[in-house]
Design a protein around this ligand. Structure first.
Ligand SMILES: NC(=O)c1ccc[n+]([C@@H]2O[C@H](COP(=O)([O-])OP(=O)(O)OC[C@H]3O[C@@H](n4cnc5c(N)ncnc54)[C@H](O)[C@@H]3O)[C@@H](O)[C@H]2O)c1
Length: 267
């Protein structure tokens, strides 16, 4: 039961995002072959990949997970290049922004715009399903597969809105769209796990929280006060949990949600 991802073919959606970049790069350092799929591939990151890694070990693909045609094309290209997809990591998602200067506080539940809600559901729910459908067709053809969905603590608990109160008078809240769309992930994970358990495809989720990235002082202070471990997550701390789920060390795990949240959901 190896803990290694060496030689595994790993298809990453949202590969150029904060978490995607960190984990996809780490997987390549460990000898995996990685499909970097994203709506917005970044030239600077691609340049570094070409510098650091063998061309045969990665493939960059433009992908819109909300488009069935785009998903079908990406899966065809990935399997054409690598012959199979061992692991799908569903990392692509949006954390929709709202207009903080709008006359009405749009982040309040009763004011949150329907269009923004629809957009989050389109990407985080429908898009996640569409790309998974396409990859599952390939996993069924090859007779095995492993899916890792990226959830959030807000898939499991409500936001503590005081995290977003910076004492400036106007309180902005974590809006409902993210909670609504991400709370789909744990049960989708259980759905896939049980649907495919007899067909050698397993599915688990990781629920991270608060990955450190250019956060302001007031946010960091609030976070430290509310978090059992008193700090945000360093992005390197996500490597081990992702590697564990992507490797054969977790071979008897399916349908579980691994929290990587410094204890946020423990109290
Ligand atoms: N960063 C955190 O603190 C945190 C905490 C908990 C959960 N998460 C979850 O982790 C995952 C990654 O988050 P992140 O912080 O890296 O976000 P990010 O915004 O940095 O990256 C998301 C990536 O998804 C891509 N994307 C967006 N729409 C797409 C589409 N339609 N098709 C294909 N790609 C698309 C974006 O281009 C981007 O590169 C998300 O599912 C998020 O909900 C993040």
């Amino acid at each position: 039961m190896s803990h290694s991802v060496r030689d595994k073919v790993i298809f990453f959606t949202g590969a150029f995002g904060l978490i995607g970049q960190e984990v996809a790069t780490y997987f390549m350092e460990q000898g995996a072959r990685v499909v970097w799929a994203d709506l917005r591939p970044q030239n600077e990151v691609i340049r570094v990949l070409h510098e650091r890694f063998d061309e045969a070990s990665f493939l960059v693909l433009p992908l819109d997970i909300t488009s069935p045609e785009s998903c079908q094309q990406a899966v065809e290209q990935a399997t054409g290049y690598f012959g199979r997809i061992d692991v799908l990591v569903n990392c692509a998602a949006i954390d929709a922004k709202y207009d903080a200067d709008a006359p009405m506080n749009q982040s309040r539940f009763e004011n949150y715009p329907l269009e923004a809600l629809r957009q989050s559901v389109e990407v985080n729910v429908i898009g996640t399903i569409v790309i998974t459908q396409e990859v599952c067709k390939q996993m069924l053809r090859q007779g095995h597969g492993n899916i890792i969905n990226v959830a959030s603590t807000y898939s499991l608990v409500a936001p503590n809105q005081s995290l977003y109160d910076f004492g400036q008078g106007t309180i902005h809240y974590k809006p409902v769209d993210y909670v609504a769309s991400k709370s789909f992930i744990p049960n989708f994970t259980r759905y896939l796990a049980t649907f495919y358990a007899s067909e050698n495809i397993r599915c688990n989720a990781i629920a991270p929280h608060g990955v450190l990235h250019k956060h302001g002082e007031a946010f960091l202070e609030n976070f430290a006060r509310l978090s059992p471990m008193g700090r945000m997550c360093e992005r390197e701390e996500l490597r081990g949990p992702f590697e564990f789920l992507a490797s054969d060390a977790s071979s008897y795990m399916t349908g579980s949600v691994l929290t990587v949240d410094g204890g946020w959901t423990a109290w």
